[in-house]
Design a protein around this ligand. Structure first.
Ligand SMILES: Cc1cc2nc3c(=O)[nH]c(=O)nc-3n(C[C@H](O)[C@H](O)[C@H](O)COP(=O)(O)OP(=O)(O)OC[C@H]3O[C@@H](n4cnc5c(N)ncnc54)[C@H](O)[C@@H]3O)c2cc1C
Length: 198
């Protein structure tokens, strides 16, 4: 799994340019700090949550997994060091509250989206997504019947990583079921039902 982490921090006052929706701050420091707390979203913007006095930033891997593994207080301190280094002429107050998501540590997700290491072959998708079947009847030596169909973001080869891949693979799994039950068209004949394996 690949990881992506939200970090949300609320301040007692808006100390940034509230007219900006988002900005990218140059990082100050060693190469190790690249990509750390650099893209900021202004949730206080008039078009979002005015009055929230809150900034949102994201971490991708490897920083995502590194910071998710740290205690809240340590992440908060690292974030404030970076913010203050990015705005050396601004007096930035300590935050009122702070949140970091930990999708990588959640046993129901183990990360933010599927990710394939070098060496992964496209043909493995056929194995990964194959429905689970069981023999039924005549003391389980009878006909093979599909019992479980797999769907979700990681099951959609061409659209994996995003919500629309999860949605499309669900549509395709449902279409395959309906076709098997004689209640729908053959998905292979319909482009809109075959996008995951185009
Ligand atoms: C921080 C972050 C930012 C993202 N940003 C974007 C974005 O901007 N745009 C975008 O398109 N996508 C984004 N994504 C990806 C998007 O969220 C996923 O692709 C999408 O949610 C996948 O949907 P899904 O239904 O396949 O899986 P999920 O949404 O993960 O749903 C699976 C569900 O199954 C539950 N579950 C797991 N195991 C069990 C079990 N044993 N029993 C019962 N329930 C179980 C889980 O709790 C979960 O609710 C982001 C993801 C993250 C984490």
């Amino acid at each position: 799994m690949g990881n992506l982490t939200h970090v949300v921090v609320q301040f007692p006052r808006v100390w940034w340019d509230d007219g900006m929706l988002k900005w990218l701050s140059a990082n100050h420091g060693s190469n190790q700090s690249r990509g750390e707390f650099s893209l900021w979203h202004n949730l206080n913007h008039a078009s979002l949550l005015p009055g929230s006095q809150t900034l949102l930033t994201f971490l991708g891997d490897p920083q995502s997994s590194l910071y998710e593994g740290m205690a809240d207080a340590d992440v908060r301190a690292a974030l404030m060091r970076r913010l203050r280094a990015q705005h050396p002429r601004t007096r930035i107050p300590d935050p009122l509250s702070f949140f970091i998501s930990r999708h990588g540590y959640d046993p129901n997700t183990h990360g933010a989206y599927s990710f394939f290491e070098p060496g992964w072959r496209d043909k493995y998708f056929a194995t990964l997504t194959r429905p689970l079947a069981a023999r039924c009847g005549a003391a389980q030596g009878g006909e093979e019947v599909v019992r479980v169909r797999l769907a979700g973001e990681a099951m959609c080869d061409d659209l994996s990583g995003y919500t629309h891949g999860g949605y499309q693979s669900g549509r395709e799994a449902a279409a395959a079921y309906l076709h098997g039950a004689g209640k729908g068209p053959d998905p292979r004949d319909h482009d809109e039902l075959s996008l995951c394996n185009w």
